[in-house]
Design a protein around this ligand. Structure first.
Ligand code: SF4
Ligand code: SF4
Length: 571
């Protein structure tokens, strides 16, 4: 039926908070948190696909004789909570702090439980594969079996917090003789035997209620039961934990994590938030381990002896080579991201309306010296990113093309838009092709324009501007009947199109049908804003089509509407 339930995926909650879309992911996540408040953090252990992947990887490594060792940091364990706040609380807080307009802080809720585009919010397969590899396998290999859960997963951040309030806990009977089997079995790095001795229950929010410890206890001393939440557990005699890092290393770890995250997140418009967190956690581990490889006299990793008596072994060099390649890739991503970021900032500062810029070739006349300077810099940033980048950024390319067009290099702009469209899909592809078609029309390359606009409409049939522009290509190619029919189709879909109505009026005048022309003009006038620039845009477009009588009318209206306000003059 082309419809299904929207993804049952916690990240969908962001759309609820940002846009008021009540979807299946939001309902699932809300129920999961409520259930966690009662039964503790069990959703991770019993329902998470990434955890299943990590368990699978851990199982594979053990088959190979490698037992993932947990990386223990005091500060990085707060990353999941910080990420959760950023994902779910920050958008609301941001709206609260920047509230300028009349929109409510909590958006109006609308029903999005059913979708016709199930995959719309998922990354592409090309991104999903490295995502699962990094977040499932690489994190387990370097950070331990729950590496991603411990240092990256934002949902875990909320589940861990809710777990502190929950009465549902792994609890102990007096039958425990402190043999330690439970701790050895736990893949969430919980000190089970010590916690049950100290508190009579497991208080670590990393416990996912997987029941492995319960099933392995030789004395049947463990069980899942309701009682006092861990928040009420006494704080005295806190269990001594062993951490992988010294305090100075913890500080460095936070800085490296942050730097790596900012470098990788969104680079090439490809790396999603969770993947960037996973990458940053691995980069942090590799950086600190490589530092130790240089400083320590003895160092091992799994069963590999990296360094002994101050001498680095072959395994040590192999580790260092991998770490350097990984960290180097991070630094390179940071360089590309830096240029993409400043390119985007420059793009967001451009406020020239598309209609005005596209009214005639070479829109540089509309740019102030500051605009020009900003665009030149933005273009340089995008060019630097694309020259040095390893992948094409399909979001940055159309912006680069726009900069090229605004600076008067229309021929290069259409070339860039061609490359962009080749790497895009759906709406974005249709838009790149539309702009390419529009600029080709201004360049007088009507056949190529027609091809681009047909491709745009094949991608998005409802892109009405492409329809209007296609009519212009056809008219200029002398296929006037087809042009009229496509403009007629455009105004049938949207009767408020001032330009298409004017074009139909011009076509009627050209065939001597003044009555029909008057009707279209009246319709156009109803929806033409009394703005000198808008009249000037209409005049320019009609003049290009040889509809000079109508063009003159709008040039005059541009002069009248803009008298004393710097009305543009035909250049
Ligand atoms: S495995 Fe059972 S007996 Fe051994 S320490 Fe854990 S709870 Fe106690
Ligand atoms: S083994 Fe026990 S302590 Fe560890 S996550 Fe599973 S239930 Fe929690």
């Amino acid at each position: 039926m082309s419809r299904t339930v929207s993804p049952i995926e916690p990240s969908e909650t962001m759309y609820t908070l940002q846009s008021g879309f009540v979807n299946a992911g939001f309902i699932f996540f809300s129920l999961a948190i409520l259930a966690t408040l009662i039964f503790g953090r069990f959703v991770c252990g019993w329902g998470c696909h990434i955890l299943a992947l990590q368990d699978f990887c851990g199982w594979l490594l053990k088959k190979m004789g490698l037992h993932p060792k947990p990386f223990r940091s005091r500060l990085l364990v707060y990353v999941p909570l910080a990420a959760a706040l950023y994902m779910f609380v920050w958008p609301v807080a941001y709206r609260l702090f920047t509230k300028l307009g009349p929109e409510p802080i909590i958006p109006r809720f609308t029903n999005h439980l059913v979708t016709t585009n199930f995959w719309a919010t998922f990354p592409s397969v090309a991104v999903a594969i490295p995502f699962l590899f990094i977040c499932g396998f690489v994190t387990v290999y370097f950070l331990g079996q729950k590496g991603f859960c411990t240092y990256a997963c934002p949902y875990g951040g909320f589940f861990g917090l809710a777990d502190k309030f929950s009465p549902g806990k792994i609890r102990v009977t007096p039958a425990c003789n402190q043999c330690g089997h439970c701790t050895a079995t736990c893949t969430s790095n919980v000190l089970v035997h010590a916690e049950v001795k100290q508190y009579g229950m497991v208080v670590d929010p990393g416990c996912m209620k997987c029941m492995d410890c319960v099933s392995v206890c030789p004395n049947d001393a463990l069980y899942f039961g309701l009682g006092k939440p861990s928040l009420l557990a006494p704080k005295s005699n806190v269990i001594k934990r062993h951490y992988s890092l010294t305090w100075p290393e913890e500080i460095v770890a936070v800085l490296v994590f942050l730097g790596s995250f900012l470098a990788v997140r969104g680079v090439y418009a490809l790396v999603p938030f969770l993947m960037a967190l996973g990458c940053a956690a691995v980069t942090t581990f590799l950086t600190l381990k490589t530092w130790r490889l240089l400083r320590a006299r003895e160092l091992s990793f799994y069963r590999f002896n990296l360094k002994s008596s101050g001498k680095i072994h072959k395994a040590g060099y192999a580790f260092a080579a991998f770490a350097c390649a990984w960290i180097g890739l991070n630094v390179h991503s940071g360089w590309v991201r830096y240029h993409e970021f400043f390119g985007n900032i420059a793009f967001n500062k451009v406020h020239l309306a598309d209609e005005l810029a596209l009214a005639q070739l070479d829109p540089t006349r509309w740019l102030s010296p500051e605009d020009r300077e900003n665009i030149v810099q933005g273009k340089e940033h995008y060019l630097a990113a694309s020259r040095t980048g390893l992948f094409v950024n399909s979001e940055a390319l159309p912006k680069l093309a726009w900069f090229q067009y605004l600076l008067g290099d229309a021929a290069q702009s259409v070339q860039t838009l061609h490359t962009a469209a080749a790497h895009q899909k759906d709406q974005n592809k249709a838009l790149s092709l539309y702009y390419r078609g529009a600029i080709l029309n201004r360049l007088g390359r009507y056949e190529e324009a027609l091809t681009a606009l047909d491709e745009a409409l094949a991608e998005r049939d409802d892109l009405i501007l492409a329809r209007q522009e296609k009519g212009e290509s056809l008219w200029l190619l002398g296929r006037k009947g087809e042009a009229v029919s496509i403009w007629t189709d455009a105004v049938r879909r949207n009767p408020r199109l001032a330009l298409a109505n004017n074009e139909l009026a011009g076509a009627a005048l050209a065939s001597g049908n003044r009555e029909e022309a008057d009707e279209y003009q009246q319709q156009a006038d109803k929806f033409t804003p009394n703005n000198p620039l808008y009249h000037w845009v209409l005049a320019r477009r009609l003049q290009d089509l040889g509809m000079s009588e109508l063009a003159e009318k709008h040039f005059e209206q541009a002069g009248q509407a803009g008298s004393g306000t710097g009305t543009p003059h035909e250049g």
